[in-house]
Design a protein around this ligand. Structure first.
Ligand code: G2I
Length: 523
């Protein structure tokens, strides 16, 4: 068992103690009565902190942090109680740790690892080799000296944090958007070989740390994630020490949800790698409004769902947990509100969405649904597949709002149950066409813990955003799925399978709002 997994299990055994201590902790750190935000934290902790909920699913839940914030007692109370993993946002970067060649300074990073040790948290080290926040002396070195400087930097830092850092972002952001290698002093001096060299140096310095390559815009299928996939395949073939791929997940409501995030995670997992969501936030153009907030909650939820559906997805880290300390407004003027808690450390709808997605009890907070009567939804189905014995299942689905108020779609999911038969246990799912746009339709296959007659898996269909007006239908959503080895199904006994070729009400397809069933009969 890996050190990180071992630690997660140890923390799971420690839950009751943590729960009992949550309110005391909030009070102790401020030395006075708990503020509203702290009381909120204590209540949340009684229901299970984000990390405790994640541990129950075999994952961790973490947050970035930074040295200036660690003097904010209200902030650290939540950081220490809700999160089981922290990542230093800046304090382990090269400009901080080796500002002058050969002069190492780990004081700021040590503050972060000390905080983690005091709160039973693991630390993701971020980052050993990156083109940014790189002191100018590195770029000024003659090419022939860059490899030695890089190896020395990695060796010193990874050795210093042995035992305190469980996973390293060894190389950060190696790719351009089109999948070509990004230019940096390292690439200029060594070509893409710098990546293997860096991984080998990190492994030599700390053989127990999990070693990652980390990048943004590789969350979905696309040119950049293809480039990462090709790179890691080659590194593994060459026997280079590599444990995982970090997907930063700096999302924005205006850019849509990453295309096929779960399938993308799964393809890396299928190579034998761990996957981690390392820097999750979901920004928006300010001011926030109900629609953007609903979309944001849906994105957070979908990231959690994707991670939960992929066994090798080890956990999720948010880049930081509060709007108070977000990097977004200074980098994208006019944008913000990207985090789970607002600037006053009050929980936002996205927090409820994450908590619910992790299997926690709904705390009664508004998690971004748009109100309306959630019971007034129904599923309709038609069979778009004439063969019951081929290698694909093709349900046509539509969702209808039979009520009198609009329903926010980002909290709605549909389930179509089927039997897998023999063959590969992993799936490809497709939305082939829908008038609402397949890019707003999310889909995955979930294996049931307890198989039922005609059902050991279900196709889950959800929505990234949007709302359904009273009386409206999504129109048809042409879904399709296959096993990764294209082996055949026997659909004749599938619970949700029907033979009708035009749309009709489908009680064997269930509709859920916020995970609560509002239509249909489950097997
Ligand atoms: O840009 C967001 C993240 C993208 N992925 C890699 C991460 O390392 C990166 O983190 C951010 C930090 O959260 C920011 O805090 O990286 C930024 C720099 O690329 C950090 O911003 C810098 C400011 O630009 C500096 O002016 C400031 O001195 O933070 C520094 C320390 O507060």
């Amino acid at each position: 068992m890996s050190s990180m997994k071992r630690c997660m299990h140890d923390r799971a055994r420690g839950i009751p103690t943590l729960l009992a201590g949550a309110l005391t902790l909030a009070l102790a750190l401020t030395g006075g009565p708990a503020t509203a935000a702290q009381q909120g934290t204590a209540i949340a902790a009684q229901q299970g902190s984000l990390h405790e909920l994640a541990v129950a699913q075999g994952k961790y839940f973490g947050s970035a942090t930074d040295n200036p914030e660690l003097t904010d007692a209200a902030y650290t109370a939540i950081l220490g109680s809700e999160f089981g993993q922290i990542t230093p946002g800046n304090s382990m970067k090269w400009d901080t740790t080796e500002p002058v060649q050969g002069q190492f300074n780990f004081a700021k990073g040590d503050v972060v690892t000390d905080f983690a040790a005091q709160h039973g948290q693991t630390v993701r080290g971020h980052t050993l080799v990156w083109h940014s926040q790189l002191p100018s002396w590195v770029g000024a070195l003659p090419s022939a000296q860059v490899e030695a400087a890089m190896t020395r930097h990695i060796t010193e830092e990874a050795t210093h944090y042995r035992g305190a850092v469980t996973a390293w972002d060894v190389v950060n952001e190696p790719f351009n958007e089109d999948g070509t290698f990004r230019t940096s002093p390292f690439y200029t001096a060594m070509g893409s070989d710098y990546i293997a060299t860096a991984l080998r140096a990190a492994h030599a310095a700390d053989p127990d740390a999990k070693l990652y390559l980390n990048d943004y815009n590789i969350e979905g299928l696309g040119a950049k994630s293809d480039a990462m996939y090709t790179l890691v395949t080659e590194l593994l073939d060459e026997g280079v020490p590599l444990d995982g791929v970090g997907m930063q997940a700096h999302l924005a409501v205006q850019y849509g949800f990453p295309y096929q995030m779960q399938a993308n995670m799964q393809r890396f997992a299928d190579l034998g790698l761990d996957v981690a969501v390392t820097e999750l936030d979901v920004r928006m153009a300010l001011p926030a409004d109900a629609a953007k907030t609903t979309t944001q909650s849906g994105y957070y939820r979908q990231v959690v769902e994707a991670c939960l559906a992929v066994e090798r997805c080890v956990g999720i880290t948010v880049w930081d947990y509060t709007d108070k300390y977000s990097w977004v407004p200074s980098t994208f003027p006019g944008q913000g509100a990207a985090n789970l808690y607002d600037e006053n450390l009050a929980p936002k709808p996205a927090l409820s969405a994450v908590r619910t997605a992790l299997g926690g009890a709904d705390d009664g907070g508004d998690d971004g649904g748009e109100g309306g009567d959630p019971g007034a939804l129904k599923a309709q189905y038609r069979n778009s597949d004439s063969s019951v014995g081929d290698n694909q299942i093709k349900p046509g689905l539509q969702l209808v709002n039979t009520g009198t108020t609009a329903v926010g779609l980002s909290d709605v999911t549909l389930r179509y149950w089927f039997t897998a038969g023999s063959g590969a246990p992993d799936y490809r799912t497709w939305c082939d066409w829908s008038p609402i746009g397949c890019n707003t339709v999310t889909h995955r296959v979930v294996a049931m813990d307890t198989p039922k007659a005609g059902a050991d898996h279900y196709l889950e269909v959800g929505f990234g955003s949007g709302s359904l007006a009273p009386g409206a239908s999504t129109g048809e959503i042409q879904m399709r799925l296959n096993k990764s080895d294209w082996s055949v199904f026997d659909e004749s006994d599938d619970y949700s399978h029907g033979s009708g070729t035009s749309y009709a009400d489908a009680p064997r397809i269930a509709v859920y709002v916020d995970g609560e069933q509002v239509w249909g009969v489950a097997p």
